[in-house]
Design a protein around this ligand. Sequence first.
Ligand code: ADP
Ligand code: MG
Length: 320
Amino acid sequence: MRRGSLLDISGLRVIFHTYRGTIKALNGVELWLNEEERLGVVGETGCGKSVTALSVMRLIEQPGEITEGSIWFNDKDLLKISEEEMDRIRGKHISMIFQEPIAALNPVFKVGFQVAEAIAHSQGVTIKDAYPQVREALEMVGLDWQRTIDLYAHELSGGMAQRVMIAMALAVKPKLLIADEPTSALDVTIQAQILELLDKLVTVSQSAVVLITHDLGIASEFCDRVAVMYAGNVVEIATSEEIFSQPLHPYTKGLIDSIPVVGRSKELVGIPGVVPDLVDPPSGCRFHPRCKKVFDKCHAELPSLSQVKPNHYVACHLYQ
Ligand SMILES: Nc1ncnc2c1ncn2[C@@H]1O[C@H](COP(=O)(O)OP(=O)(O)O)[C@@H](O)[C@H]1O
Ligand SMILES: [Mg+2]
């Protein structure tokens, strides 16, 4: 059954072959999204947020491998289409921005050329024909276009580089924008400016957004719904209000308890322990070794993501 009209990821498994053994990075990810909807994806480092995003872009490369699952985008399973078709979808319908914007730009071409190339690719026109649109694209993200077009990536500040990436990603008016920790590498003041800019621009371009962040506060402020990932699974999905007011999964509760609140004297609780080594992950629910509510079944069986209330899904034996 289709859950999201734009994107529906089901049973997604990804492994990485390494000298230490096989990393079971994604363990059956479930995630879905409607047109123009914004979904936050949160979780500690190593939980599989980036691998999920790269799977949607079909950019998982050796030693990685998608072994199972489906990724429906509109009326196509992205895991079943040809590389040519996927390339068209990448430039035109799905764009992605990354945590390290300077590294994501090509170091040997000037900014103007790279923006023109992105526009040319999406419209199927020549780079020369795309150039007139570069000015508008750079002005849209608040950059002085004349000063910016002749610069190279290393001449940009982090904030400027992320603005260029956003210009390239949104010039094509994608149906879906995936932003993987777009502000994590930036100063706090610049972070707020970039998020405000993204907010404005995706509203104009009517793009749906998957915003990956380890900051639950940013996710719930920017997004309609929030998905919480732990060790290769989505363990809870709820609306941004409900994830804070009525979290169900012990991991989500732990994440919320780890957020410092100004003026709150209560000591930060946090979640004891660390994300497990995914070469040899825990049996059953991968969170069970860190869970305060653990019982027998948690060792034996992986809980499935089930709806427990309207628009509220959780993968935990406490609720099944
Ligand atoms: N290229 C790679 N080679 C080996 N392991 C990888 C690679 N990319 C990701 N992984 C592993 O996949 C898991 C999920 O990683 P990732 O999606 O990057 O986490 P997150 O983005 O949530 O911090 C981690 O255990 C990570 O070590
Ligand atoms: Mg990541």
